[in-house]
Design a protein around this ligand. Structure first.
Ligand SMILES: Nc1ncnc2c1ncn2[C@@H]1O[C@H](COP(=O)(O)OP(=O)(O)OP(=O)(O)O)[C@@H](O)[C@H]1O
Length: 316
């Protein structure tokens, strides 16, 4: 019997801060994150390069400690949860041992855990049974990635954490990977994965947490995120008109201007368009439903790729 870990949430991060580098030039990779993930949820951590996803994942795997704030995993410290075999992880780097078969590797990894998953089950769930007797150095990139998933499953974890698990996979390999992940989640387990693929987050997660410059800027279902930056887009030709005041139009959440074209993210496209008509500003007007990508781009600034250093912060 797998030991029970009580009713606490799977992950609770409270006011977590993590800074790298020397004082003055340090980078605040995680800048005050509060996040609670319930048991059984599948959550995507979505952000641009450098947003702080891997750092957050490292903290909840106990690979690093926060400067301040607290990290609780399945009612314990991250280190305790990992040591008890309650957490499985697939990180961006690290290749499995090469000169052994898939089955030998998973058998060995399982033997290091207190209450492992039966090896045949881990192989089947990760979809690697068909090549269980092949050596790992003879496998394709997609197959190797599934073996890494089997490694993460071997300890029979309640929570699995995947850092950009499909980064190097083609469309078909991605699809089969997510099928396996969903089968694991359907058993009532918790999954947290990071990605910068919006469709992947939308299709595979119950909930998307958008992270930008070490902070959470949106948290909810794909539809909630779409709505967070305005559920519709209204664009029109400015025809030389000034852009001041566009953000004050009814319904408007954010405004982008590109050349002579204004793009308004709005919660109420009817009200926005009526007011634009009243102002006589409806040249080449287009209205469309905002996509997740539109919302993501509006919520995360391109400068997010590089979080501000402490010295830059002081000048703001
Ligand atoms: N060990 C480290 N030393 C110094 N800076 C670091 C270290 N780890 C991360 N950083 C910095 O912290 C910020 C957040 O990095 P992190 O790897 O968490 O982002 P990410 O969202 O996972 O990005 P990616 O999608 O590119 O993997 C970046 O500016 C990065 O350069």
């Amino acid at each position: 019997m797998k030991q029970t870990t009580g009713n606490s949430a799977a992950v609770v991060l409270t006011a977590v801060v993590k800074t790298f580098g020397r004082t003055g030039r340090s980078v605040r990779a995680v800048d005050g994150i509060d996040l609670s993930i319930g048991r059984g949820e599948t959550v995507a951590l979505l952000g641009r390069n450098g947003a702080g996803k891997s750092t957050t994942i490292g903290l909840l795997l106990g690979l690093d400690g926060p400067d301040s704030g607290s990290v609780r995993v399945l009612g314990r410290t991250a280190e305790q949860a990992v040591r008890a075999g309650l957490v499985g992880a697939m990180l961006q780097d690290g290749r499995p041992i090469q000169r052994v078969t898939v089955r030998e590797l998973i058998t060995f990894v399982a033997s290091t855990y207190p209450q492992p998953m039966p090896v045949a089950e881990a192989l089947s769930l990760a979809g690697v049974t068909a090549y269980a007797n092949r050596r790992i150095d003879k496998l394709s990139g997609g197959q190797t990635q599934r073996v890494r998933f089997a490694v993460a499953l071997a300890g029979n974890p309640e929570l699995i954490v995947l850092d950009e698990p499909t980064a190097a996979l083609d469309v078909e390999a991605r699809r089969t990977f997510w099928d396996s992940m969903r089968a694991y989640a359907r058993r009532g387990n918790t999954v947290l994965f990071s990605t910068h693929h919006l469709e992947e987050a939308d299709e595979n997660a119950d909930r998307i947490v958008v992270i930008d410059r070490g902070r959470i800027v949106a948290d909810g279902t794909g539809d909630t995120i779409r709505g967070a930056a305005g559920s519709s887009l209204v664009s029109f030709d400015l025809a030389g008109r000034p852009t001041e005041g566009l953000e004050l139009l009814p319904g408007v959440v954010t405004v982008e201007v590109s050349g002579d074209r204004a793009l308004l993210h709005t919660d109420d496209s009817d009200a926005t368009v009526i007011e634009l008509a009243r102002l006589g500003a409806i040249r080449d007007l287009r209205v469309s439903r905002a996509t997740l990508e539109d919302a993501f781009l509006a919520l995360t600034a391109p400068a997010a790729a590089a979080p501000a250093t402490d010295s830059e912060r002081e000048t703001v």
